[in-house]
Design a protein around this ligand. Structure first.
Ligand code: CNA
Length: 263
């Protein structure tokens, strides 16, 4: 995309944000790669190193070896390292501070929107987050930090301190249902917004990827900011294939100009 083309598209998105009443931002792993957390599907992403089959709930439950592999991966820190929000998270947080955001619907489990300053009550985490660990036997929930502090090297598999049961991160594995209330509320908001902005998602994981479709079907405008093409590009009003940090930062700067009456 030429710089002129990019500038024109960013200007159109800024106009849409300035005019919209209910804005939903929908994010995926691509919003966090600039914070150093790998996504699934990019070159060098997690699927180049791990077998997606190992992230199914059935395999996790059935196979202690898979559980061990998963815990080794979790404890090695790729998804839980102490990452900081990047320019894209910060721009989205500023949109809320400017009163321009209804909510964030995210597939991410990394807690970076909360860290960037967005109101946790306005963040719908469709796939849970990595802050909590749940015992599948007695239901006890404990913070991941506690599990990490207590003992673990990446060679050990933690067990529930209360009953010795199987511990699982409170995130949604493939084959698991999404948290019902969160999904319901996210769906309602996607259906009622007048602008939905996708930032950093391949839009191939369902039911999450229905959110932009619901918005579009209900008459909202749809913007997609993603490095690579997605299956929903053809129905979007504006598509920008570039880095989320740069694009969201530039969009925010233009929105501020419009809101202050300078443009
Ligand atoms: P995905 O399928 O890996 O797609 C990520 C998309 O982001 C790709 O299309 C990339 O081209 C794009 N992308 C990568 N870097 C950037 C960037 N800097 N700027 C703009 N676009 C970029 O991930 P999705 O979120 O679409 O798929 C859903 C999965 C990924 C969910 O189940 C998540 O839980 C899971 N996941 C989350 C994290 C996290 O929480 N940070 C990390 C890895 C995977």
């Amino acid at each position: 995309m030429s710089e002129q083309d990019m500038k024109e598209r960013i200007g159109r998105v800024a106009n849409m944000i300035a005019a919209a009443k209910q804005i939903v931002v929908f994010t995926g792993a691509g919003v966090s790669t600039e914070s150093g957390i790998p996504d699934f599907r990019s070159p060098g992403g997690l699927w180049t190193r791990f077998d997606p089959e190992d992230f199914t709930i059935d395999k996790f439950l059935a196979n202690p070896e898979t559980r061990h592999k998963q815990w080794r991966f979790l404890l090695s820190g790729d998804l839980i390292k102490d990452a900081d929000p990047n320019a894209a998270h910060r721009a989205i947080a500023e949109l809320e501070a400017l009163g321009r955001l209804d909510c964030i619907i995210t597939q991410n489990i990394d807690y970076l929107h909360q860290k960037a300053g967005n109101n946790p009550d306005r963040i719908y985490e469709l796939h849970g987050n990595m802050k909590w660990i749940r015992c599948l036997d007695c239901g006890n929930r404990s913070p991941l930090e506690e599990i990490l502090r207590e003992n673990r090297t990446s060679e050990e598999m933690p067990a529930c301190g209360r009953c010795g049961g199987i511990l699982k991160p409170d995130v949604i594995f493939f084959g698991e249902a999404l948290p019902e209330k969160t999904l319901q509320e996210a769906t309602r908001r996607a259906n009622h917004c007048d602008l939905l902005i996708v930032v950093g998602s391949s839009l191939v994981v369902y039911p999450a990827a229905y959110m932009p479709l619901y918005a579009k079907q209900s008459g909202a405008k749809l913007v997609i900011v993603n490095l690579t093409p997605t299956p929903s590009d053809r129905i979007a009003d504006v598509v920008i294939h570039a880095s989320a940090g740069e694009v969201m930062g530039r969009i925010l700067a233009e929105v501020k100009q419009r809101l202050s009456g300078c443009v």
